[in-house]
Design a protein around this ligand. Structure first.
Ligand code: C5P
Length: 223
């Protein structure tokens, strides 16, 4: 039997800033095509959470790398299990999102997560959501999308998500936090958030989720 190279498995890379709605769009595109879905931000959030539980500072690259390498995680449908504990909701908290963006600046942490992300590339295809999907992890993605929305709309979307999950949230704190995170993601030296050449720009500020999903599907089909 000949093994099919995973390199031939199509990848749709969707990159963009935090709370841009790319997770929802990516998941819906994956469902529509019957593709697998990678939420790469969840891995950084898991390192943020696991390091917090271990009492490790987000400044300490040398202590964070082993945590990233040994992350004992299982993705079970839409649940995320870390060392036997269901952390699906815990990793969505703002404190963990902030820690995720702090651990993500370290090249060693990023390197430790590369293989885990590439392993999601399985037939019949993958929709990968993150910051460096098109620029680093899946450079040969067949369709590359840079998905954005205004910071105000993103804060509003994140606010609604948090309230729906039963967390408390404050709009002005959220806005400031998103701005800080945008700056950290765009200005770090290791794999900063940026649109690659050839990426389709999708500004979803005044779009519905359905419109955004259909646009991505159209670009994929027209490739
Ligand atoms: O997408 P999400 O908000 O869950 O990501 C949390 C943090 O993880 C981001 O703010 C970013 O700093 C980091 N991240 C990253 N590279 C990715 C995905 C997420 O640096 N591919």
């Amino acid at each position: 039997m000949t093994a099919i190279s995973t390199q031939s498995v199509p990848v749709i890379a969707i990159d963009g800033p935090t709370a841009s709605g790319k997770g929802t769009v990516a998941q819906r595109v994956a469902d529509a095509l019957g593709f697998h879905y990678l939420d790469s931000g969840a891995l950084y959030r898991l390192v943020g959470l696991a390091s917090l539980q271990a009492g490790i500072s987000t400044d300490s690259e040398q202590n964070l790398v082993p945590i990233a390498e040994k992350l004992n995680v299982i993705f079970q449908g839409d649940r995320v299990i870390l060392a036997g504990e269901d952390v699906t909701d815990a990793i969505r908290q703002e404190t963990i999102g902030k820690r995720a963006s702090e651990v993500a600046i370290h090249p060693g942490v990023r390197a430790a997560l590369v293989g885990r992300q590439q392993a999601f590339r399985q037939a019949p295809g993958l929709v990968a959501d993150g910051r460096d999907m098109a620029s680093v992890i899946f450079k040969d993605a067949v369709t590359k999308i840079f998905l954005t929305a205004s910071v105000e709309v993103r804060a509003e979307r994140r606010y609604k998500q948090l309230i729906a999950k039963g967390f408390s949230a404050n709009m002005s704190v959220l806005l400031q936090d998103l701005r800080d995170r945008d700056a950290r993601d765009a200005n770090r030296s290791s794999s900063p958030l940026k649109a690659v050449e050839g990426a389709h720009h999708l500004d979803t500020t005044s779009m519905t989720i359905d419109e955004a999903v259909n646009q991505v599907l159209d670009w994929y089909k027209a490739r």
